[in-house]
Design a protein around this ligand. Structure first.
Ligand code: DTR
Ligand code: CA
Ligand code: ZN
Ligand code: ZN
Length: 433
């Protein structure tokens, strides 16, 4: 058994403290020590739009509430998130006699009491495929979520993504989600970012002027790439952010325009023509040909910037590390096994953001249930069979262990609960700040 205790160099760690976001000093660039957002490949976003177009084409030409094309869109997005390691939930509701669906995806880790959420409505109108309205927002946040997974990003706040049903019928899905969110859960939502139409063919660059910190985060991003922005003035209530704002949650978002006509002053500012921002708004011509790639790319990158900035991050945890790198085989569909570390010399209780490093090699992460067991026996579930056939669990979880005495024997408990596919614990690490 290889145990080690390391005192990493105590590098200064900085975390962006935005408070509750609302009313906080406007956020500026990512804080020193934070990881910068990756570029979002617009080709990937466009591929998602091509896939959504194919879904509409195969289902009567639309992805509207209550139509087969909408459920197929939900299944498409969910499958990609499950494979990437998200914990997904499909929420059902009924409207106009038809079943509607919201898709919620949580990125494991982060402070569960501080949630940053991004959302887009996934439904189209019944008259067309809805590629700009709102495949564009849905595809951009999907690719951002996949970029979070690819990079193994572990923000200090908890990240959540949502795809809403029946927005076109009156923000029905997002209202249902918020109305069914307990007050205590609403209080944890420190910001909701909405993206509805972000690839309009004759684009403007509009920023919602709701929460100052969120607004500044977006405006700073666009200023940094030399793109002027305007405040979105089509009025509140025009998309799903209204459902969150109505219960006091800080909101923000981006928009490239719908049926309104671009003024000559805006043409001078952004180029394009003095015609509608999107002449195919709510029409059958809202197809993959109805997208401005530059606007889609810029807005996708702005979304990633905001997610990384507002979810905050600190430099990788430093401090005292307790690690066990002995391999422990996990019997296929069998009893749980444990890897232990003995923590000593740490005064008081464990931190509210205890970094739990898990390294499990296994060809089918959906077979696994993984828990952290504190010295007094308290169980903190880290992974509960999500991820399907994806390989391995190799990530750092942030656990609020502040009610636990730090010193003692901590265990990583792993159990394979489905037959076929077998793996082993390769390492288990606790980092105390
Ligand atoms: N209601 C949205 C389109 C829309 C119109 N104005 C705004 C302002 C901000 C966001 C979205 C919109 C729809 O048709 O889905
Ligand atoms: Ca990009
Ligand atoms: Zn619409
Ligand atoms: Zn829309």
């Amino acid at each position: 058994m290889k145990l080690s205790v390391r005192l990493a160099a105590l590098a200064g760690s900085s975390a962006l403290v935005l408070g509750a976001l609302a009313g906080a000093a406007p956020a500026t660039a990512a804080p020193a020590g934070a990881t910068a957002a990756p570029d979002i490949p617009v080709a990937n976003v466009k591929q998602h739009l091509t896939d959504l177009q194919s879904i509409a084409t195969a289902n009567g030409g639309n992805r509207g509430h209550g139509r087969p094309g909408y459920k197929a869109s939900i299944d498409f997005v969910k499958a990609k998130l499950d494979a990437a390691g998200y914990t997904t939930t499909v929420q059902q509701f009924t409207y106009n006699g038809s079943t509607g669906y919201n898709l919620i995806a949580d990125w494991p880790g982060g402070d569960p009491n501080q949630v940053v959420m991004a959302g887009s409505h996934l439904d189209s109108v019944s008259s067309g495929p809805g590629i700009n309205d709102n495949g564009s927002g849905s595809a951009a946040i999907l690719e951002t979520a996949l970029a979070v997974a690819r990079s193994g990003y572990q923000p200090s706040k908890h990240l959540r993504f949502g795809w809403w049903g029946a927005e076109e019928l009156g923000l029905v899905g997002s209202k249902y989600y918020v109305n069914n969110l307990a007050t205590t859960e609403r209080a944890k939502l420190k910001g909701y970012l909405n993206f509805d139409m972000i690839g309009s063919p004759n684009p403007g660059y509009f920023v919602y002027d709701d929460d100052p910190a969120i607004e500044a985060t977006f405006k700073n991003y666009f200023a940094g790439i030399g793109v002027p922005t305007e405040i979105e003035t089509e009025g509140d209530g025009r998309s799903d952010h209204a459902s969150f704002k109505n219960v006091g949650i800080p909101v923000g978002g981006l928009f490239t325009g719908a049926s309104r006509v671009k003024t000559s002053a805006q043409v001078s500012k952004w180029g394009g023509t003095a015609t509608a921002f999107d002449r195919c708004y709510h029409s059958s011509c809202d197809t993959t040909a109805n997208i401005n790639d530059t606007a889609l790319d810029r807005n996708s990158d702005a979304i990633a910037h905001a997610i990384w900035t507002l979810s905050g991050t600190s430099t990788p945890p430093t401090g005292t590390v307790f690690e066990n790198t002995a391999d422990v085989s996990i019997p296929d569909n069998g009893a749980a096994v444990t890897s232990s570390v003995t923590v000593s010399g740490v005064a008081g209780n464990a931190p509210a953001a205890l970094a739990v490093g898990v390294d499990i090699v296994h060809p089918y992460r959906g077979d696994l249930v993984v828990d952290l067991v504190a010295p007094d026996g308290t169980v903190y579930n880290l992974h509960n069979r999500s991820g399907g056939s994806a390989d391995n669990i190799q990530q750092t979880y942030t656990v609020n262990a502040s009610s636990e005495v730090a010193n003692g024997v901590w265990k990583l408990r792993a159990q394979d609960v489905a037959s076929a596919d077998v793996g082993y614990v390769n390492g288990f690490k606790l980092t105390f700040p």
